[in-house]
Design a protein around this ligand. Structure first.
Ligand SMILES: NC(=O)c1ccc[n+]([C@@H]2O[C@H](COP(=O)([O-])OP(=O)(O)OC[C@H]3O[C@@H](n4cnc5c(N)ncnc54)[C@H](OP(=O)(O)O)[C@@H]3O)[C@@H](O)[C@H]2O)c1
Length: 334
């Protein structure tokens, strides 16, 4: 019988997750039900949103039950198709891959990946969720305009690296916040005007003020926490804050998010602070992908990946990303 190593959620994470929250089990080959595809996994994406899936806390999407198969976005090759729309050998992407070598996905969730346009894993980075998140959070929710200062946290990561480059392409003034000097330097190579290392800064409010002498017009908040506070205290009149992610709370997930209160600051600046969820922009994905792929083809959009090898690596790759040890889009290649 075929071996199928699969990661099963053993315990909910309290504080920072650890690979011990999962156990690697050797399951048999999955049964392919009606409306499903059997896939040989090629790439898995590990993403910050998965922190919410391994907690019993209330979230915008249901979590993984204890004893359940860990799931997430992935790319793989169709082995068995129960749909006329997919053939054996097609390469497909879905948000519903199990963390396993062979997995089944609902046909309705699967899309064929154009293997000639770009390396297939691009569909999990700049031509997928992170690229689209950067695009819509900056241009729609942030509504950045030419010449405006755009502060971006987790600036070298999967979303941040694309957001900074779109900002440069569009004539905004992008400023990076990242967690190592090497990441800050790379952000500058991408076109960020300057950057701040939030892990060595002793006064983030002052450092943001120095890096943004004209104030912050748009803040792409990929992190929350003290970086959010520093941005709020430097926000311009009619500034916009796109709350994209809260990864700084990954080790405090089950606690109330208590920090400074920014109500007076919001009143004074008449700022707009808006939560962002990519799914809300689905109707416009195709148009955004035309822009992203044409920038890539023109050579004005670079991308950096951080690739872990083998199904055994999946939870380790996820935890290192939560701790900021990834440099670029964290992927797992099988
Ligand atoms: N709302 C949506 O629809 C949506 C969609 C996609 C992504 N997101 C969000 O976008 C954010 C970025 O996601 P990504 O996939 O691009 O991840 P990523 O930036 O590639 O990786 C996560 C990064 O977060 C930073 N980080 C970790 N702990 C931190 C802390 N305590 N304070 C500050 N920074 C910390 C680390 O970078 P440093 O080394 O620079 O600290 C780490 O590399 C996440 O919050 C994610 O949830 C939201």
């Amino acid at each position: 019988m075929a071996k199928n190593p699969s990661w099963i959620l053993k315990s909910y994470a309290t504080g920072m997750p650890s690979p011990d929250n999962w156990v690697l089990e050797d399951l048999s080959m999955p049964e392919v039900g009606d409306g499903e595809l059997l896939i040989k996994t090629m790439w898995l994406s590990v993403d910050p949103y998965m922190r919410g899936r391994i907690s019993p806390a209330k979230n915008y999407a249901a979590g993984i039950p204890l004893g359940g198969l860990m799931t997430g976005g992935g790319i793989g090759e169709v082995v068995v198709s129960n749909s006329p729309d997919f053939q054996q050998g097609d390469v497909v992407i879905s948000d519903y891959f199990g963390w396993q070598a062979f997995t089944t996905v609902p046909v309705a969730s699967a899309k064929i990946v154009d293997t000639k346009q770009a390396p297939v894993q691009a569909a999990l980075s700049y031509l997928g969720m992170p690229g689209l998140t950067a695009y819509f959070s900056l241009l729609k929710t942030g509504a950045a305009k030419e010449g405006e200062t755009v502060l971006i946290s987790a600036a070298s990561g999967a979303v941040g690296q694309i957001a900074g480059q779109i900002a440069r392409i569009k004539g905004f003034d992008p400023v990076a916040i990242a967690g190592t000097d090497a990441k800050v330097e790379w952000c500058k190579e991408l076109g960020y005007r300057t950057g701040i290392n939030h892990r060595t800064s002793t006064d983030l409010v002052a450092d943001v003020a120095a890096a943004c002498p004209n104030g912050v017009d748009v803040f792409l908040d990929n992190t929350a926490g003290p970086i959010h506070d520093a941005a709020m205290l430097n926000l311009n009149t009619f500034g916009r804050v796109a709350v994209v992610g809260t990864i700084a709370l990954a080790d405090k997930f089950d606690q109330p998010d208590v920090g400074l209160r920014h109500l007076r600051q919001t009143l004074i600046t008449r700022a707009r602070i808006e939560g962002f969820l990519l799914d809300d922009f689905e109707a416009d994905y195709d148009a955004a992908l035309v822009d992203l792929s044409s920038w890539y083809e023109q050579g004005v959009l670079q991308t950096r990946e951080d690739v872990a090898q083998g199904i055994e690596a999946a939870p380790y790759a996820f935890v290192r990303m939560l701790k900021g040890e990834n440099f670029g889009k964290q992927l797992v290649e099988l």
